[in-house]
Design a protein around this ligand. Structure first.
Ligand code: ADP
Length: 237
C-alpha cells in the first residue's frame, strides 16, 4: 500500500499552548481512517495539518510524496481546491446560495460551467435523502439536512482525499423528528460514496460508533498520534 498523506513528527503550538508534540501518522490510498481521542488532544489540529490548512512549526507533511509544509500557500491552496474535499462540523453552508448551489460550489470554483455543475450536484439529493430540498437555503434546512448537503459538497468533485471533522457532530443534537437519517446512516453513506469513487477519507470523531465505519483508527493523546492495527471496525466495502 502507498501512503497518500503522511505526517512525520509534527509539532505545532498556538502561542504557549502546544497542540501537537511530535505526531506521526500515515494514511494509505483508498482507506477510511478515523482519528479519535479526548477533546483538546490535538485531533483537529492534526487534520488541519494533514490537509495543508495549518503549517506545523516542526516536522514534515507529505501528500503524494510532495512536501506540503514547505509548499507556497498559493500551491497548497490550489491543491486543496483540486484534490481535497472537506466536511466540517455544522455544515458551514453559504447562506445566500441554494442547497444545490452549495453542493455544486467546489465544481463552480474549479471552473465547471454552471449547468454542468448543477447537473452533477443533483443526483446527490436523492442519494442522501434530500429530494425536493434543492432550492432551499441553509436557513430553511434542519441541522441534519444541512450536514448532508455539506457532505455532498465534500464529495461532489470526486476529491482524492476527503477530510471530515466531526461529520455527524451537528446531527446528534439537531436531528429532529422530520429527519429520517441518523448520524450512523450518514456515516454509512459517506463511507460508501467515498469507497465507490475511490476517495481516501480522514475523519476526526470522538464517537466510537462513528469510528466503527473506518478501516483503521488512530488515537491522538497529548498531541501525539498512535495508529491502531488494521482490522478492528472494518466494514465490508
Ligand atoms: P481536539 O480536536 O482533539 O479537540 P484541537 O486540535 O482542537 O483538539 O486542540 C488542541 C489544543 O490546541 C487544545 O488545547 C486547544 O485549546 C488548542 N487550540 C486549538 N486551536 C487553537 C487556536 N486556534 N488558538 C489557540 N489554541 C488552540
Amino acid at each position: 500500500m502507498t501512503a497518500v498523506i503522511e505526517a512525520r513528527d509534527i509539532a505545532l503550538a498556538f502561542g504557549e499552548t502546544p497542540a501537537l508534540r511530535g505526531a506521526s501518522l500515515s494514511v494509505q490510498a483508498g482507506e477510511v481512517l478515523a482519528i479519535m481521542g479526548p477533546s483538546g488532544s490535538g485531533k483537529s489540529t492534526l487534520l488541519h495539518c494533514l490537509a495543508g490548512i495549518l503549517v506545523p512549526d516542526a516536522g514534515e507533511v507529505l501528500f503524494d510524496g510532495q512536501r506540503l509544509d514547505t509548499m507556497p500557500e498559493a500551491r497548497r491552496s490550489a491543491l486543496r481546491r483540486d484534490r481535497f474535499g472537506f466536511v466540517f462540523q455544522f455544515g458551514q453552508l453559504v447562506p445566500e446560495l441554494t442547497a444545490e448551489e452549495n453542493v455544486a460550489l467546489p465544481l463552480l470554483l474549479n471552473g465547471v460551467r454552471r449547468s454542468a455543475a448543477l447537473a452533477q450536484a443533483r443526483p446527490w439529493f436523492a442519494r442522501l435523502g434530500l429530494d425536493g430540498l434543492e432550492q432551499r437555503r441553509s436557513g430553511e434546512l434542519s441541522g441534519g439536512q444541512a450536514q448532508r448537503v455539506a457532505l455532498a459538497r465534500g464529495l461532489v468533485a470526486r476529491p482524492q482525499v476527503l477530510f471530515a471533522d466531526e461529520p455527524t457532530g451537528a446531527l446528534d443534537s439537531l436531528t429532529g423528528a422530520l429527519d429520517s437519517l441518523t448520524g450512523e446512516q450518514v456515516m454509512e453513506l459517506m463511507v460508501a460514496s467515498a469507497r465507490e469513487q475511490g476517495t481516501t477519507v480522514v475523519l476526526v470523531t470522538h464517537e466510537p460508533r462513528v469510528a466503527a465505519f473506518a478501516d483503521r483508527e488512530a488515537i491522538v493523546r497529548d498531541g501525539k498520534a498512535r495508529a491502531l492495527s488494521a482490522g478492528a471496525g472494518t466494514v465490508a466495502p
